[in-house]
Structures are given as C-alpha cells and as structure tokens.
Design a protein around this ligand. Structure first.
Ligand code: GLU
Length: 503
C-alpha cells in the first residue's frame, strides 16, 4: 500500500519548493492509487504559527492538492485560534504537538536501551564547539562530552539544576547507505554524523525524531522530500534501526535554482505560492509548471492535463540535477491556460483583479474581458489592458498619437484631427443600432468621404476611445462601450486638443 506524506513546518508561507514537494507526493499517491497524508510538523514552539498553518492549507487548496488524511480545511481561516482543528484519517492527530505522548514513549525506550543520552551542555557550550570546529576548519560536530557520563555525574548535574536535552547516540563505526529512489545509493560515514538532539529541554521532540516516529506510526511507505533533508536521513535511518523498525523508502527531490544558479530566493522573484495567486497566476498553470521542476516525460511535452500527470508521473523520471525556475516559461504557460478558459471562467478568474464596481459599471463585462484573452499572461493584465472600459479617467498616451501623426499624410495637424472627430461624432449620433458591423461600415465611409486611408481613420479613433493605439479591435471596443460613452470620449479628446492648442 502506497502511503506518502507532505510534512510542512508551519513557520512561514508555503514556498514554491514546498509546493513542488507537496505536488510530487500528491501525484505519486494518485498515480499509484495510494494515500496522500498531510502532517503538520509544529514542534518548533517559537516559530510555528496558526497563521502559517492557514497559509499552507490555503495554498494547497488553491493548487487543488487535496489530501486524504490530515487536518480538515473548513472554509478559509478555520482553526486559526489553534483549538478548532479537526482531522480525517485513522492515523491522527496530524499535528505533531498533539502527538507528544507517542514520542515520549519512544524517547524513553531509546534512553533505557542506551541509544540516547542526556546532554547537559548549554547552548553557549555547543556554540563554542561550533566556533572551534570552524577555526580548525573541520565540519561542526557535537564533541560527545556527555555521551559517556556516569550515573553519579548525571545526578550531580541534575542536582545542580542543569537542564538537559536528549541526544541520539550515532554509531561510531561503519557507514549508513541510503538507497534513494532518485539519487541511487548514497553513502554516509557514521563517524562524521552528529549525535542529534532528539528531545529539547522543554521535553518536546525535535523534527528529526518526531518525523521518524510519525512516518513509522502512519505507515508511510515513501518519504519524498527536498534535497536538504538528505543529510538528515542517515541519522533517521539509524533511529529506525535503534527502535527496531523498517525505514520507508526515500526519494530526495532536486534543488530549485534561480536563473543565476543560486538557490531560488526572494531575489529572483516571488517565492510564496500565495504571491503567485495574488499576481494572477492560475492554479492549474502553476501546478503544471511546478510538475516540470525536476520531472519530465521522455518527450518535450510541457502542457499536461491533471489526469495526464496522474497517469504519467513516477519517481523514475524525477531528476537529481537541480531544476531552474524559469519565470518567463511560467508566464508563457499561464497565458496558455488563460487562453483555454471559457468566457465564464475567465470572467470569474479575473474578478479579483478588476475594480470592485466593474460589473456595475460595465454590464457587458464578460464580453469585454474576452476581447484580449489571447494576450494576457497573468490575470492582473486584464485591468491593465482594459482600464479604459472601467473608467472615463483613463490617460491619453499623447506620444503615441504624435508618433502616428508624423507618419500620416493627412493627419499632420490638430485641425485635421478635430475634423475627423467631428465627422465621426455626427455619423455616430445617427448610427442605429450601434453595433460592430455598422460601426465598421460608418468608419469606412468616413475614410472614403475624407479621401484618407482607413488606417488614418481607425488609429486616431482607437486613441480617442481608449487613450492608446494598441488594444482590442476598434469596432468591438466601440460597440462594447456603447454609443453614449464613445461620443463622450470623442468630445473629451476634442476638448483636450483645443486646450493643448491654446497653451
Ligand atoms: N518539516 C520538514 C520541513 O518542512 C519536513 C521534512 C520531511 O519531509 O521529512 O522541511
């Protein structure tokens, strides 16, 4: 039975790297008809927050990564008081801080068996060891000074009120070999490994221990996680052995780098999943893009429907080499997904990015939003490209117009432009119904009457109604705006020309 888990620490937002880990676990579970577990690793009592749990669950829900077991998300913000979490699944609770009893039992077991020992070193003493190692140019390592204390020495230290942590006694000889499903065999010399702290002075276990107990108790078959945890794996594998358990299989995913070859960070762009949501990326595009960070099929296929990902995803095609986060490719992919949306879905997806009163101001909103569907890369492009639909206060980009007038044989002067506008106003007044085909015919007639090229008529009028030279087709745009708004805009431009001439 395949059981995998995503086990975030709620100490911040869901990062792109975390989302990729969640996604790969989800795809693996779906491909093998297994179970996807969400477990919250909140044993960092200082940095874990309920807001972060909300953000992580919210990000996963946005990406459509549904989990079969774990905390339940009931509407947004549920549980933010910390007490109201419910969970589904038979292996709960799924918050580590609610599982302390389980860990205590096994911590005692290790201590009683002599596989863990109390360490009385203060944080300052441990820091000194680190500094010294640095000076001597060797990797930092706890020096083991509490490893072989006698019963009496322990009693004395505790009598003197010294606090203790519990450290796992790493074997000092031989190697630990990890058969990583992505990296192959990875060898670790045990002597180079730390005696990791597995219980803090507060009595709470650390990540490395809690994760072993949970993965065992939750019957996790495959641990698929970020590469940075590869170095924790030998100690974890030794803990499994010390507890008499069989470890799960491990798969450590590739690192995610920015274009400059350094680890993806804020310097490269957005790193939090919710930032992508807020910038107007579609969850299905984001999911597709993340799937390609460290995984590929044998073809150069980029666009995958979700069912296709379920069918095709497996660990054997995951790469160990770092993946590069390519923002331009994500934008391209998002544009592809935007183009696939139905009119109703595009309007729905765009709503959070449009002015609040957009729907009231423009009853034909859905007609407008699709006009530029081919061009959007992110949903926040919608209001940028269509601002003139939602306000009469849009800006005229005069430089564009001046550039146009220089090139046009008949439109050299402001008087010529005024004349064109007046001509159009009087034609439009009479135009009934004010629809695309009629508008086009009327404008062609104007060009003919004036003896101008159609482009000399269309471009300045596009400028008049939208403030710019690029945009949706003029006839569509004018019809969508309606006669009243178009005529007002013609008048506004005429007034502006007069004012600028008077200056
Ligand atoms: N809580 C760890 C993290 O957020 C998870 C490590 C693991 O998957 O074992 O990085």
């Amino acid at each position: 039975m395949i059981r995998v888990r995503f086990a975030p620490s709620p100490t911040g937002f869901l990062h792109v790297g975390g989302a990729r880990t969640a996604l790969f676990n989800w795809l693996f579970a779906r491909h093998h008809k297994g179970t996807f577990v969400l477990r919250i690793e909140d044993t960092d009592e200082v940095r874990s927050t309920h807001e972060s749990v909300d953000a992580i669950l919210g990000s996963m829900a946005w990406l459509g990564l549904d989990w079969d077991e774990g905390p339940i998300l009931e509407g947004s913000g549920v549980g933010s008081d910390g007490s109201g979490w419910k969970s589904k699944g038979n292996y709960g609770p799924y918050f580590q801080m609610q599982r302390l009893e389980h860990y205590k039992k096994y911590l005692r077991q290790l201590e009683d068996a002599g596989r863990a020992y109390r360490c009385y070193c203060t944080p300052e003493e441990v820091e000194m060891m680190r500094v010294q190692a640095q000076l001597e140019k060797r990797p930092p390592k706890y020096d083991g000074r509490c490893r072989e204390l006698t019963e009496k020495e322990r009693r004395d230290k505790e009598g003197a009120g010294r606090k203790w942590t519990l450290r796992f006694k790493m074997p000092q000889e031989e190697k630990t070999v990890i058969h990583d499903l992505i990296r192959g065999e990875v060898h670790f010399e045990n002597i180079l490994q730390q005696d990791l702290i597995i219980q803090k002075t507060s009595g709470v276990p650390t990540y490395n221990f809690a994760c072993v107990v949970d993965d065992h108790q939750m019957e996790i078959s495959h641990v698929i996680r970020a590469e940075e945890h590869l170095s924790n794996t030998p100690a974890q594998v030794c803990m499994y052995a010390a507890l008499g358990w069989t470890p799960p299989q491990f798969a450590h995913l590739s690192m995610i780098l920015g274009a400059d070859g350094t680890k993806l960070s804020k310097r490269h762009g957005a790193t939090s999943v919710l930032e992508y949501k807020n910038q107007g990326y579609l969850p299905q595009a984001m999911r597709n893009y993340l799937a390609l960070l460290g995984w590929a099929t044998e073809t150069s296929q980029d666009i995958f429907e979700v069912q296709e990902l379920f069918d095709k995803f497996d660990l054997d095609r995951c790469q160990k080499n770092p993946a590069t986060f390519d923002f331009a490719k994500l934008d391209w992919m998002n544009g592809m997904y935007i183009r696939k949306l139905s009119q109703a879905d595009l309007v729905e997806a765009s709503k959070p990015f449009l002015p609040k009163d957009a729907a009231q101001q423009t009853p034909n909103l859905s007609e407008l939003v699709v006009l530029e569907q081919e061009k959007y890369r992110v949903l926040s492009d919608v209001p940028k490209m269509l601002d003139f639909f939602f306000t009469e206060e849009f800006v005229y980009h005069w430089d564009d117009l001046n550039g146009l007038m220089v090139k046009s044989p008949h439109l050299k002067t402001h008087e010529a432009l005024e004349r064109l506008i007046e001509f159009t106003e009087s034609k439009f007044f009479k135009l009934e119904p004010f629809v695309e085909t009629q508008i086009e015919a009327a404008l062609r007639e104007i060009a003919k009457d004036l003896g101008w090229k159609t482009a000399e008529v269309f471009h300045p009028l596009r400028f008049a109604v939208s403030g710019r030279l690029q945009g949706p087709s003029l006839f569509h745009m004018a019809a969508a705006l309606g006669k009243g708004r178009v005529v007002l805009r013609l008048a506004r431009l005429k007034k502006s020309i007069k004012e600028s001439a008077a200056k």
